[in-house]
Write a protein that binds this ligand. Structure first.
Ligand code: GTP
Length: 329
């Protein structure tokens, strides 16, 4: 059991990290852990459907979905409203977990939580950044965002070390050491990290928002005029969604996904398949890695395919995904 102080401020933990690094995996691990806390979960997907909220286990009624934008900027007001609503509940949560979208900047989210309006109501406990050991050097055009996510966190979870050799793990360590003066890091497989270093750790310190970040990435308080433009960061991504109630051929889908351009960073969602129409199929694509797995039965849910893709601007369009589906449906 995790002990936490009697202060009335509700602790908040932010899970950040680039697309597909393992945030939902960590969230599920925390939620199924033995902490005995009444937890409210906020899940932000950049795409227009919140796939992650559907993949969160166990506490379906208490997962609040913030989709179609980024809680650090375009839907920041939705975040504020949701947190206010959660705090106003008769049964106040004892903990709030926020899974940020993979394209969001944690420093801007932290500024929201440390805002005067939440004074004495919430306490930012920690910002944890998932880093994908296999994909960290992929998509170099997104490196600035990846560095920001690490720089403003108080702990890095170097996840997916099972997918790489030890020399790659060492390369990531060397890369971090050459860029950050101080950082805390734990290696993990499937985000398997002890609860004791995840919840009620009191690690967040306001100074971390002034972190010096490599290549002078702008911080929320750095005072640079260019910082204002940083909020265009969501414009560095495009997203599209495909929905269909026709059964899809899974092996065709796998081939079609393999043919997507390299600037498609992430595809995820659910598939209604020809091969196994009774079961919901979960599709997870991170970079070039494709994982297609059987989930539970559709049951009372309407079988349908819902896939979301996120990539560089122009890399994903309904046309591109539409073509993929024409080939497999
Ligand atoms: N092999 C391996 N796969 C992992 C590990 N951690 C997560 N995964 C898989 O990586 C994929 C993406 O994981 P998620 O937890 O959904 O990643 P995410 O950061 O929530 O993704 P977004 O919300 O889209 O940014 C899933 O298929 C996970 O099962 C790991 O340590 N090893």
């Amino acid at each position: 059991m995790i002990e936490f102080g009697s202060a009335s401020a509700v602790p908040v933990t932010i899970l950040t990290g680039f697309l597909g690094a393992g945030k939902t995996t960590l969230l599920n691990r925390i939620l199924t852990g033995n902490h005995g806390l009444r937890v409210a979960v906020l899940v932000n997907d950049f795409g227009s459907i919140n796939v992650d909220a559907d993949l969160v286990v166990g506490i379906e009624d208490d997962v609040m979905s913030l989709a179609n934008g980024c809680v650090c900027c375009s839907i920041r007001d939705d975040l504020i409203e949701t947190v206010e609503a959660v705090l106003a509940r008769p049964e106040r949560p004892e903990y709030i977990l926020l899974e940020a979208s993979g394209v969001s900047d944690p420093s801007s989210i932290a500024m929201t939580f440390t805002d005067q309006r939440f004074r004495d109501k919430i306490r930012l406990d920690s910002i944890m950044c998932l880093v994908d050991a296999e994909q960290v050097f992929a998509a170099p055009e997104q490196m600035e965002l990846k560095l920001r996510q690490i720089a403003f966190s108080d702990m890095v979870i170097l996840n997916k070390v099972d997918l790489v050799e030890q020399k790659t793990v060492q390369k990531v360590h060397d890369w971090l050491k050459s860029r950050f003066r101080r950082y805390r890091l734990v290696e993990a497989v499937n985000a398997d990290v002890p609860l004791e270093i995840l919840l009620s750790v009191g690690r967040f310190a306001a100074e971390q928002l002034d972190a010096e970040v490599p290549d002078h990435v702008h911080g929320p308080r750095c005072g640079c005029p260019e910082h204002a433009h940083h909020h265009d960061h969501a414009a560095k991504f495009s997203t599209t969604m495909l929905r269909s109630d026709l059964p899809v051929n899974l092996s065709g889908l796998r081939d079609a996904i393999k043919g997507l351009p390299g600037e498609v960073y992430r595809v995820k969602g659910f598939v209604y398949s020809e091969e196994d129409p009774e079961h919901r199929i979960v599709v997870q694509v991170v970079g070039k890695r494709i994982d297609i797995a059987r989930d539970g039965k559709w049951g009372t849910r309407k079988p349908e395919t819902r896939l979301v893709a996120i990539g560089a601007p122009g890399a994903v369009s309904e046309d591109t995904l539409g073509r993929v589906f024409l080939e497999v449906a």
